[in-house]
Design a protein. Structure first.
Length: 159
């Protein structure tokens, strides 16, 4: 969500579909995004007009259907050039830190495998094979949200 005002495009929040073969590719499933209401009100006030549930923010996350407000920012899919797992640091600068596929798999597996009905060892193996296909990083998120897109774009332009 911090990248909406950049040249980067949006494919998904928590849910997306991935393909491993013949090349890694991600497909958008939904154009919705959710943010904690307090975070939205403090750090991303420019998105307040896009919230579809403003009267329920005391009990729900803010829900935004991006195609309604940012139709040119939503993409149906794209080739995967790298996997970035975000980590909030509290430091001002955003940085990329190279990470092993095993570390990235450890970060992705719980939120990916355990939320899927009937997920089994085969799903875990597929996810493991996927993370080995592209470079893997931890995206150490800084407090200056405007710098986040620049760091990601720098990686994409150098790959």
């Amino acid at each position: 969500m911090a990248c909406l005002n950049s040249e980067l495009l949006y494919a998904g929040d928590d849910w997306a579909l991935i393909r491993r073969d013949p090349t890694p590719f991600v497909y958008s499933l939904y154009n919705a995004a959710k943010l904690e209401a307090d975070y939205l009100k403090k750090r991303m006030t420019h998105l307040l007009l896009a919230v579809s549930n403003p009267g329920r923010l005391d009990t729900e996350k803010a829900l935004m259907f991006l195609h309604d407000h940012y139709p040119n920012k939503v993409i149906k899919g794209f080739p995967v050039q790298a996997i970035l797992v975000p980590r909030v640091t509290g430091l001002p600068e955003t940085r990329l830190k190279k990470a092993s596929p095993a570390a990235i798999l450890t970060a992705l597996a719980p939120s990916t495998i355990f939320r899927l009905p009937r997920a089994d060892h085969e799903y875990f193996q597929d996810l493991g094979a996927f993370v080995k296909q592209v470079p893997t990083y931890v995206l150490e998120l800084g407090t200056d949200l405007n710098r986040i897109p620049d760091v990601i774009l720098g990686l994409l332009h150098n790959n």
